[in-house]
Ligand binder design. Structure first.
Ligand SMILES: Nc1nc2c([nH]c(=O)n2[C@H]2C[C@H](O)[C@@H](COP(=O)(O)OP(=O)(O)OP(=O)(O)O)O2)c(=O)[nH]1
Length: 139
C-alpha cells in the first residue's frame, strides 16, 4: 500500500484543485496536490515538501482529515488529506496542467480521480463547514 499525502489548501473559503498532465496515470483528472511519503518522513513533512515542489509555495497543515484506501489496477494507495492554509508565495505549477480555486459546488463538478471522489464523500461534512455557499466565480 503506497501512502500518499494530499493538501486541501484553503484561501478564504475556497480550495485548490489541480489537473494532472496528459502523460501521467489518470491523465487530465483532477486531484489535490501532494505525493508519496518518503522513507523517514512524517505526513506533515511530506505534504510541506510536496507542495514546495509542485506549487512553489509554503503552506501550513492545520488538520488531518479521514484517509481513504483505493485500489487502482496498477497500484493500491492510502490517500491522507490535510486541510492546509497558504502561508506565502505565488502558485507556480511545476507538474500539473492547470489549477483552479473552487467553492462547494465545484467539488461535485470536477472529473476527480477515483480515490479523491471517495475522499470527498467521507469528508464532505467537515469540508462543507469550511467552505462558502457562493459560486465558483467568487473564488
Ligand atoms: N498527489 C495526489 N495523488 C493522488 C491523489 N489521488 C490519487 O489517487 N492519487 C494517486 C496518483 C498517483 O498514483 C499517486 C501519487 O503519486 P505521486 O503524485 O507521487 O506520483 P505520480 O503522479 O508520478 O504517480 P504515478 O505516475 O507513479 O502514478 O496517488 C491526490 O489527490 N493527490
Amino acid at each position: 500500500m503506497i501512502e500518499v499525502c494530499c493538501a486541501i489548501i484553503f484561501s478564504g473559503e475556497c480550495v485548490l484543485a489541480v489537473q494532472r498532465g496528459g502523460e501521467s496515470h489518470h491523465p487530465y483528472q483532477w486531484e489535490f496536490p501532494g505525493g508519496k511519503v518518503e522513507p523517514g518522513e512524517n505526513y506533515a513533512e511530506c505534504i510541506v515538501r510536496e507542495i514546495r515542489e509542485e506549487l512553489q509555495v509554503e503552506i501550513q497543515p492545520l488538520a488531518k482529515l479521514q484517509a481513504v484506501e483505493h485500489n487502482y489496477p496498477e497500484k493500491s494507495i492510502r490517500l491522507i488529506p490535510f486541510v492546509c492554509q497558504l502561508v506565502h508565495g505565488t502558485i507556480t505549477l511545476t507538474e500539473h496542467n492547470h489549477s483552479i480555486w473552487i467553492s462547494r459546488n465545484g467539488l461535485d463538478q470536477l472529473n476527480w480521480q477515483e480515490a479523491d471522489r471517495r475522499l470527498l464523500e467521507i469528508n464532505k461534512s467537515e469540508l462543507l463547514k469550511r467552505m462558502m455557499r457562493k459560486d465558483d466565480h467568487d473564488c
